[in-house]
Design a binder for this molecule. Structure first.
Ligand code: AGP
Length: 634
């Protein structure tokens, strides 16, 4: 989704801005741009380049224009207000008010992540004051508002402007009259300050970014800005004020050394990141479980600002509330089955975007578990904060990014070690989340006195076997490719599962629709005759997840219901089930039966099915239309 990079330096900063955008590219965007203060030449002032193509094209534009400068801001945009078009791309300028404004040089430049909810009202107010709008974005109101409030001090103008904004924002702003200053502010969208070094006798340079990753290789000295902060970047100095305007010292806004990954991940022999990430799962699981010698609460000890000791928290809770979105939500749905059956803990799973606006009944002894690959998903963060505001202080995150807001804001954490996930369709993040959630189930079962030493040893042994088991599931790829050829001809698909595997059916359907654009729905198989059976014809492929568990016989009856209506079944059956391929019934046999860990393995053929179907259809696998990797706006 949208990305921000900004800098104040004594050297030419344009390559740093462009490189920062390149590091954020994988998150998805539909336009990009950069604005700088150019001091040399005939007409010093604000210049910008914008593009609806890739960042590489923007880079070529700035090179052709010979754009060089020490101060600048840059952006990748994922359209919310206004179509993806050059005039809507950031940075947005304000030329001031009045009929002749556009003939005057630009005064203010702004980039923005998030959504300004009161932009209509502000736009009307600014138009009445003589400001002309060149875009359909909500962002342009910020540029004009800062201009209207500017009295010679950009920091003050931004403080006054953000006080008028409702909604979510991370912004970076600069003004032509203060060419060595960039001011940033955040509320609801992430923003970090990168502290640079003084070099070659020049004063220290400073940076802004929506993610520390954008600054990899530039600085690893990061200040995470808090909600409502406004930050002032100048050559050789910076300062941060909180929402009330109080200056924040190094105690309150410490500089942390952050080893952010560079985002430059090689594809190696693979055609797409999604394919690479599917095949990385054995290693990702092995890494996630590395060092897990036994089930101990310390595995979940906190790492952020609110860090707590897990054993204390586990003793004080009697229920679990899981909050997440998309694929992460489905991993939570699997965990509900585990937590209730194995740990005996009542568990509720909620879509974060619904929970945050629902009047729910809080319970102080709840363990609130957020699940997120990125740790920056706006809805999940808001749901977490909502739960905290209701007095639920026991929070835990299962997250893939150790430096994310989610980890910082939760009392406890389990960091999955899936490695960087680039493909928009989440794969290895899901299976490693499941591994983390299974360990959490064991830890809570233990704290409830429901896990014997023998059971602990047996489950850990099964978990350690997962990487090997996954390898043999991946070897099913040729058979899946065969299925995918048939799916690529279809417009709709139905996915069925029962129990623990119902969320796996949901995840399989999400993967297929996300990247192949085939309409797919998932149902618990027992629900078939309550409605979806009406959709079943020979044109509707029905994928069935059929492990050899206590629900298998029930599932077989559901499969008969499909066959009797001429539906074509595609069944992922365990080795020891006696389901055989015949006319209208296609079976792929999983190599082993994996017991309660079976969801971690059954999802993999569904990932491959979605991948190969998309490949056969020729869609953009890693950057499916309209979707972004990290959903940092509501
Ligand atoms: C999965 O394939 C998706 N692209 C999406 O549903 C994703 O899981 C969701 O946006 C949540 O993201 P998070 O895990 O980073 O919070």
């Amino acid at each position: 989704m949208c990305g921000i990079v900004g800098a104040v330096s004594a050297r030419n900063i344009v390559p740093v801005l462009i490189q920062g955008l390149q590091r954020l590219e994988y998150r998805g965007y539909d336009s990009c741009g950069v604005a700088v203060y150019r001091s040399g030449g005939d007409a010093p002032g604000l210049y910008r380049a914008r593009s609806t193509a890739r960042v590489a094209e923007l880079q070529a534009q700035v090179a052709a224009d010979g754009l060089e400068a020490g101060t600048g801001i840059a952006h990748t945009r994922w359209a919310t207000h206004g179509a993806p078009a050059v005039h809507n791309a950031h940075p947005h300028f304000s030329h001031g008010a009045g009929a002749d404004a556009s003939s005057r040089p630009a005064r203010v430049a702004v980039v923005h992540n998030g959504i300004i909810e009161n932009h209509d009202e502000l736009r009307a107010e600014l138009q009445a004051r003589g400001y002309r709008f060149d875009s359909q974005t909500d962002t342009e109101v910020i540029a004009h508002l800062v201009d209207a409030l500017y009295d010679g001090d950009l920091f003050r103008a931004v403080q006054a402007a953000v006080a008028r904004l409702q909604g979510a924002y991370a912004i970076a702003v600069f003004h032509k009259d203060e060419p060595q200053r960039v001011v940033g502010a955040r509320a609801g969208s992430p923003l970090v300050l990168g502290v640079g070094q003084a070099r070659d006798g020049l004063p220290a340079e400073h940076f802004l970014a929506s993610d520390a990753m954008a600054l990899a290789g530039v600085t690893d000295q990061i200040v995470y800005l808090a909600e409502g902060d406004v930050v002032d970047l100048q050559l050789g100095r910076y300062w941060v004020c909180d929402r009330s305007g109080r200056p924040m010292g190094p105690e309150e806004r410490p500089v942390r050394t952050v080893q952010a990954h560079s985002g430059a991940v090689e594809l190696g022999p693979y055609r797409h990141y999604m394919q690479k990430e599917i095949f990385e799962q054995p290693r990702a699981l092995a890494d996630t479980l590395e060092g897990v010698e036994g089930v101990v609460p310390e595995l979940f000890d906190g790492q952020g600002d609110q860090a707590a000791a897990a054993w204390r928290v586990f003793k004080d809770i009697d229920r679990v509330l899981i909050l997440a979105c998309g694929t992460s939500y489905y991993s939570g749905c699997v965990a509900k089955y585990w937590l209730e059956a194995m740990a005996g803990i009542p568990t509720q799973v909620e879509v974060a975007s619904e929970y945050r606006y629902r009047r729910s009944v809080p319970h102080p002894k709840t363990l609130v578990v957020t699940i997120s690959q990125s740790g920056e998903t706006a809805d999940t963060l808001a749901a977490l904060r909502h739960a905290q505001s209701l007095g639920m202080r026991h929070t835990l995150t299962i997250c893939n990014v150790a430096t994310s807001a989610m980890v910082r804001e939760c009392a406890l954490a389990y960091i999955t070690r899936a490695g960087v996930e680039i493909g928009v369709a989440s794969t290895k993040a899901f299976t490693t989340q499941l591994a983390g959630l299974f360990l959490l189930t064991l830890a809570l079962a233990q704290s409830q006195g429901r896990l014997s030493a023998e059971e602990e040893a047996r489950h850990l042994k099964a978990m350690r076997h997962l990487p090997v088991a996954l390898q043999s599931v991946l070897a099913l790829e040729p058979q899946i490719i065969h299925w995918a050829e048939a799916f690529a001809q279809k417009d709709h698909a139905l996915f069925l599962g029962r129990g623990l595997h119902y969320p796996i059916a949901l995840e399989g359907a999400l993967k297929l629709k996300e990247i192949s654009y085939i309409h797919a729905e998932a149902y618990p198989a027992g629900e078939l005759k309550h409605g979806p059976l009406a959709l079943v014809t020979s044109a509707m492929p029905v994928v069935t997840v059929a492990p050899n568990d206590e629900l298998l016989e029930k599932l077989k009856s559901n499969m008969q219901e499909v066959r009797a209506r001429g539906g074509v079944l595609y069944v992922l059956a365990d080795a020891d089930t006696r389901i055989r391929s015949e006319e209208g019934l296609n079976v792929i046999r999983m190599p082993e039966h994996y017991g309660v860990l079976s969801p971690i393995l059954h999802v993999v053929p569904l990932q491959l099915l979605a991948y190969h179907t998309a490949l056969a259809k020729g869609t953009d696998v890693d950057k499916p239309r309209n979707l972004a990797k990290s959903v940092t706006v509501e």
